[in-house]
Design a protein around this ligand. Structure first.
Ligand code: NDP
Length: 268
């Protein structure tokens, strides 16, 4: 079992030391987190991000704006934070209310403060393979593989999902580590056959129980990015853990797998 909790804890210790060293040199580190509206899941994420900052010694500045905030008001705030020396990173929690154009907001963040790595400038750098910031979830997956000494070099890696936040950057990072990468999506002709060929299978679909044991090669490494509510209301991933665990050489559980890594990689 690949434990995101274990990897995350080790990483946070390392980050705490790095921040302490910066403090000794007289440098403080600050993250601005913007949340617009009353999305309860977003509230939980933002609170966890603040807690994570406290834990490692990063200053966090929260901007909780009402649902009816206009796009221009939000852009004005980001402009101010772009020029604020106390703020090293800016994060605008998604999703935003429907009247705000998410891409316009992402584009307005100074790429050098874009800790989510969603700005096209940073997306381009990821494509080139020369980057400062990475999207936190795929970065967390790579960190877990590294921690458990799992090399993807020369392995067939199948990523199910092609979102800008998870699937696409995930594929680029596996490629950078010399995996032979394939991206599957809802238009993939024979998904089961593609998955069966995978030495490393990453599921980022958002559907409970999507990956079943008959789609997994014996000995494969299975990474479950999905966060879903099962029929019983409990948190679960995209992978049928109980049956796939028997075939996989390594597997991430949900909860306790990729999830804990995401905020830790944001802190990095
Ligand atoms: P999206 O909904 O943006 O993307 C889902 C992807 O799955 C799409 O590319 C879609 O294909 C593909 N897909 C859907 N149905 C099928 C199908 N039947 N066969 C093959 N592919 C399919 O989701 P995200 O990438 O944002 O997130 C994916 C999951 O990861 C979610 O459960 C989310 O909650 C979770 N997540 C977890 C995080 C963590 O910290 N652990 C962080 C971020 C996300 P198409 O493009 O063709 O529509």
């Amino acid at each position: 079992i690949i434990s995101g909790k274990v990897v995350s804890q080790a990483k946070r210790e390392e980050l705490k030391n790095r921040v302490a060293q910066l403090n000794v040199q007289g440098t403080e580190v600050g993250l601005a987190v913007i949340i617009v509206g009353n999305n309860s899941a977003s509230r939980v994420y933002v609170n966890n991000k603040k807690k994570g900052c406290e834990e490692i010694g990063v200053n966090s500045y929260e901007y909780a704006l009402p649902e009816e905030t206009s796009q221009s008001e939000l852009l004005e705030l980001i402009e101010k934070l772009n020029g604020d020396d106390k703020v090293d990173g800016i994060l605008c929690q998604l999703p935003l209310p429907a009247h705000i154009d998410e891409q316009a907001v992402i584009n307005s963040i100074n790429p050098q403060k874009d800790v989510d790595a969603f700005h096209p400038f940073n997306v381009g750098h990821i494509m080139i393979g020369d980057y400062t910031f990475l999207p936190c979830t795929p970065a967390g997956v790579m960190e877990m593989l590294k921690f458990y000494n799992i090399s993807v070099k020369g392995k067939k890696c199948v990523v199910i999902g092609r979102s800008n936040i998870v699937g696409k950057p995930m594929a680029m990072l596996l490629l950078k580590e010399n995996g032979t990468v394939e991206i599957c999506h809802s238009g993939t002709a024979n998904l089961k056959a593609e998955c069966l060929g995978a030495d490393v299978l990453v599921a980022a679909v958002g559907k409970a129980g999507f990956v079943t044991a008959d789609m997994v090669k014996e000995g494969a490494v299975v990474i479950d990015v999905g966060i879903n509510r099962g029929a019983d209301g409990r948190l679960c991933g995209d992978v049928c853990f109980d049956e796939v665990e028997k075939k996989a050489s390594f597997i991430t559980p949900v909860p306790g797998g990729v999830g804990p890594m995401t905020i830790t990689m944001l802190l990095e």
